[in-house]
Every structure is written in C-alpha cells, then in structure tokens.
Design a protein around this ligand. Structure first.
Ligand code: RBF
Length: 346
C-alpha cells in the first residue's frame, strides 16, 4: 500500500515538476547534446530556502556565476524546509532528464543522491558540505569545520572572560546531526578550552532552521543561566538569538556568527565571524565540471590553508566591537592555523 501510493505520487509529480523546472527557452541539454558542443545544463537544488540561510545563498550565487560565465543553462530550485520531501523533489529533477548536473549542499545530500541515482543512474551530482567517496557520478567537498568551530570557541571564551563570566558559553544549533555532534560542537569546545580549560558549553537545539521565536527563547534561557557569548548555527532562526542578545539587560551578551560575515547584522552585538567560502567552492567546482575536469568519485576536504575556511578580522565593525587585547589573541591563533603550526585534523 505504501509503495503503491509513493509510485502514484511520483507519477503525478514527475511531469509537473519537469515542466516547471526545465530551463526556459532552451531545449533540455542531454549528454549527446553536450557532445555536440552545447554547454551542459545545471540544476541547483537548495535544501531549504535561499533567503535566510547564507550557506544556501552562497551555493546558488557561486554556481550561477560559473554557469553564466560558460553560457550554461542553470535553474535554481528550492527544496523548502520539509526534509521528508527532498528525495522526491530530487527524483523529479533527475526524472526530467533536463539536467546534466545537480548541485546541492549539506551533509544529508550524499545519501539522498545515492537513492536518486539508484533510479536514474546517469544523473550526476556535485555536493558541497557533505562527504561521499567512491561513487563515480558523485563529487563531494566538505569543509574543515573543526577549524571553523575552534576559531569560534576561542574568541567566545575570550569575550566571555572579558564580560566577567568566563565560565560559560553557548551554542545554538538548528538540528542535531552527525557533523554538529562530532565536529562543530567538539571543535567549539576545544577552541574555548584552549583559553579556559574549565569552561562549560551550554548546547541547545531549535529543531529546525527557521524558527526565530524558538531560537530567541533558547537564547534568553542560556543568557539567564550565565552564558555571555552564543555561537549561532541555526540558519534563518539565528535572528532570534541576536534579538535576545540585544535585549539582555546586562548589555554585555555577544553573538558569534557562523558561515558568513555577520558583523553588519546588528553592531556591536556580533563579535566574531567564523566563515566558510561556499560561494567560492560552488563557483570553482561548477567551473571544473563545465571544463570536464571535476573529479567525480572523490571526496575533498578544504580548510583554512586551502582558503575555504577563515575568521573575518579585518572588518571595521569587528575592530570597533572587540577590544584590541582580544583581537590580538585571536590573531595569534589565526596565524598559527594559516601557517600550519596548529593543525586541526578533521
Ligand atoms: N544550515 C543552515 O544554515 N540552514 C539550513 O537550512 C540548514 N539545513 C540543514 C539540513 C540538514 C538535514 C543538515 C544535516 C544540515 C543543515 N544545515 C543548515 C547545516 C549546514 O549543513 C552546516 O552544518 C551549517 O551551516 C554550519 O556550517
């Protein structure tokens, strides 16, 4: 019964989706067409919505820039926040036969791509922020998020000590997922412990990537429990934590931003930005694909020394928001990571 209804849904969904997603004004580009000189066609599948999740915005902008440079048709398709629908949406995209490559990102995508590939074996995927080696139609690149989180934890502990409560910092995540529990949370803790070995990390989870009210509630609770610095990794929900920090009566609560430069969001409350350059990764890797050089089957890892992970320390808003003493200590850490004298394997 279950299988039956799934098949029925798919049969209805495929033609609808294929029509709405086919690159307008061009006929679908098949492999044969590519061999005749037409550029391949690309679908960017956003796992969520582009606006509100910088990591998704970066995926779309980088992929589009490369495709446009090469005159390749590109279509951005939003998957929405209901993760249960992603596999059927991806299946419809593959079933349309319109796209030589599906570009997407997040750690859940490799498994979904494999499920889609079982039905449409010729579909190829370029997946960022995920990991899978050995499948010849899937390429993945993930970031060294131990480094990214370590830099965030390091400045969080410095700021907390300066605010007079160095004993406790926080991390708010959108969801619990393996990379969060095995890499980001431990990396954050490790960076903080390098400053204060006894520091406690208050870890709380929103449950999705958009509920700012829930995030504000969690942040207020953490502030009440003594945290003076919060790292936000909850996508569009992050704005709730920023609001809670700005409303804290003590005035000394600060937020650390993750993935993009967040200083301008609400000065001076954002006091650190531990970033990854997903736009650059999407651009470079889509370009490689269009040049026929993307190494399908491999899983790459990119970190600080590769230029894909960094901490923004030259923004005037950071310089205005953070004391010289802390900036100097953070700078020393960054030099060690950039030079390779501190190696954090991931
Ligand atoms: N991060 C976001 O910023 N926005 C999202 O909508 C989002 N959705 C995710 C969905 C799943 C299933 C998983 C596993 C992770 C998601 N992330 C999201 C986290 C993202 O992959 C990454 O770990 C963080 O952005 C930190 O770099």
């Amino acid at each position: 019964m279950r299988i039956y209804s799934k098949v029925a849904i798919l049969l209805i969904a495929i033609p609808l989706f294929a029509v709405s997603c086919a690159p307008k004004g061009r006929s679908p580009v098949s492999k044969e067409a590519a061999q005749t000189g037409n550029p391949p066609s690309i679908a960017v599948f956003i796992p969520g919505t582009a606006s509100g999740s910088p990591i998704c915005e970066m995926l779309a902008s980088g992929a589009k820039r490369a495709a446009e440079e090469y005159g390749a048709p590109v279509q951005v398709i939003e998957g929405g926040y209901n993760q249960a629908e992603w596999e059927s949406k991806l299946t419809s995209i593959a079933a349309s036969g319109s796209y030589d490559l599906i570009v997407s990102s997040n750690p859940s995508l490799p498994a979904l791509a494999q499920a889609v590939k079982a039905k449409f074996p010729s579909q190829r995927f370029l997946l960022l922020d995920g990991e899978l080696a050995g499948d010849l139609s899937i390429y993945t690149l993930r970031y060294n998020q131990r480094e990214q989180a370590y830099m965030a934890g390091h400045i969080a502990a410095l700021l907390a000590a300066e605010a007079g409560n160095g004993a406790r910092i926080g991390l708010i995540a959108g969801q619990e997922y393996p990379v969060m529990l095995q890499t980001i949370l431990p990396g954050y803790r490790e960076g903080a412990e390098a400053v204060n070995p006894l520091i406690e990390v208050d870890f709380r989870v929103v449950g999705n990537w958009y509920d700012a009210a829930k995030c504000a509630e969690l942040a207020a609770g953490m502030i009440k429990a003594g945290a003076r610095v919060l790292l936000c990794v909850s996508g569009g929900a992050n704005e709730g934590a920023v609001q809670a920090a700005a409303e804290a009566p003590s005035g000394d609560v600060r937020i650390i931003w993750f993935d993009t430069n967040g200083y301008a969001i609400r000065p001076p409350y954002i006091a650190g930005s531990s970033v990854l350059y997903q736009d650059k990764a999407a651009y470079n890797k889509v370009k490689l694909f269009l040049e026929g050089k993307l190494p399908f089957g491999t899983a790459e890892l990119a970190g600080v020394r590769d230029g894909y992970v960094d901490f923004i320390e030259d923004d005037p808003l950071y310089i205005a928001a953070v004391s010289e003493n802390i900036r100097k200590k953070q700078h020393d850490l960054l030099l060690r990571l950039r030079s390779g004298s501190l190696i954090l394997e991931n």
